[in-house]
Design a protein around this ligand. Structure first.
Ligand code: SF4
Length: 315
């Protein structure tokens, strides 16, 4: 459970703080166990900051993240170590997330040592892990540069799995890979989720990928969640003008459907996240913006059962 989470970064001027980047601004959502929530939005919308906050890689300005009934920002010592073992992260770039001077064996052994995981026979354990992610025994003593991008991401996944996590933040895990390899890694992540009952926070700007992976979708804009609901419903019946714009930017293969759907085009660039606009943050790009939108910030409300939206059109 993520509740009222905020992260503001100070912008330093010559003498004093000249503004705040409201990277995450009052965000709440729940990730049910064993499910995937997809976090989508343009770059700079705060997706990665949320992932890092949940794993407590950075401290929040305010708010809570509850995991197994405990606020992770209050964990100390042994409890914090136990949490770090249960919650792992897969990064976008498998090229930089693996130490080039270590073999696959050393990379996984290091994770086991850091988290003090006892395994009877480390070699057999590592071979089994590699097989689980689609590699094999011949890869154990190789270095990262000897692998393709997809294989490196498999090694990163094996390293995360080595400590038996329950929850994983997947931060654009396939966006550095070719399309055909992307599909293989996504399928692997799905298989592992089903087999190990993993819970995922899946961060991506690629809506097609998010739809494929997610049970629920949270759409972010300038540090806020503007729409949240079951994945199919958000894709089939988007409510927020921003979600509609994002979906309209995905090419539709069937020309008849493409004609039937009148897309709203994304116009302009998102405003600066430093001191974002008052009222609805999307009003500078929204074709439906009214005077109220420029003045008052719309709350996230349940417009339909389980489907939430922050827009004055739904009040
Ligand atoms: Fe557009 Fe107003 Fe809705 Fe914001 S609140 S998305 S500006 S209609």
């Amino acid at each position: 459970l993520v509740y009222r989470l905020k992260k503001y970064f100070p912008v330093r001027g010559f003498i004093r703080v000249s503004g705040w980047v409201k990277a995450v601004d009052d965000v709440s959502f729940i990730i049910p166990r064993g499910k995937t929530i997809g976090l989508v939005g343009e770059s700079g919308s705060g997706k990665t900051t949320i992932g890092r906050l949940i794993l407590r890689l950075i401290e929040p300005t305010s708010g809570y993240v509850f995991f197994d009934g405990r606020n992770v920002f209050e964990l100390r010592g042994k409890e914090l170590k136990a949490f770090r073992k249960k919650a792992q992260m897969i990064f976008q770039d498998p090229y930089s997330s693996l130490n080039p001077r270590m073999t696959v064996y050393d990379i996984i052994m290091e994770a086991l040592k850091v988290h003090r995981v006892e395994v009877g026979d480390p070699y057999a354990y590592i071979v089994k892990l590699l097989e689980e992610v689609g590699l094999n025994e011949t890869h154990v003593y190789r270095y990262p540069h000897e692998f393709s991008g997809g294989q490196r991401q498999r090694i990163a996944i094996a390293r995360a799995l080595a400590v038996n996590p329950e929850f994983m933040v997947l931060d654009e895990p396939t966006s550095a890979l070719d399309v055909s390899v992307q599909a293989q890694i996504l399928n692997l992540l799905k298989e592992l989720q089903a087999k190990r009952k993993l819970t995922y926070l899946f961060i991506s700007h690629d809506l097609g990928v998010v739809r494929y992976m997610s049970d629920y979708i949270a759409v972010m804009y300038l540090g806020k969640i503007v729409e949240l609901g079951p994945a199919e419903e958000v894709f089939e019946k988007p409510l927020h003008p921003y979600t509609k714009m994002l979906l309209a930017s995905i090419p539709i293969p069937d020309p008849a459907k493409a004609r039937a759907k009148k897309p709203i085009r994304i116009v302009g660039e998102p405003p600066s996240p430093i001191n974002p606009p008052p009222g609805c943050r999307f009003h500078t790009r929204c074709p439906y913006a009214s005077e109220r939108c420029r003045r008052e910030e719309p709350p996230l409300v349940e417009a339909e059962r389980g489907h939430w939206v922050a827009c004055w059109l739904y009040r």
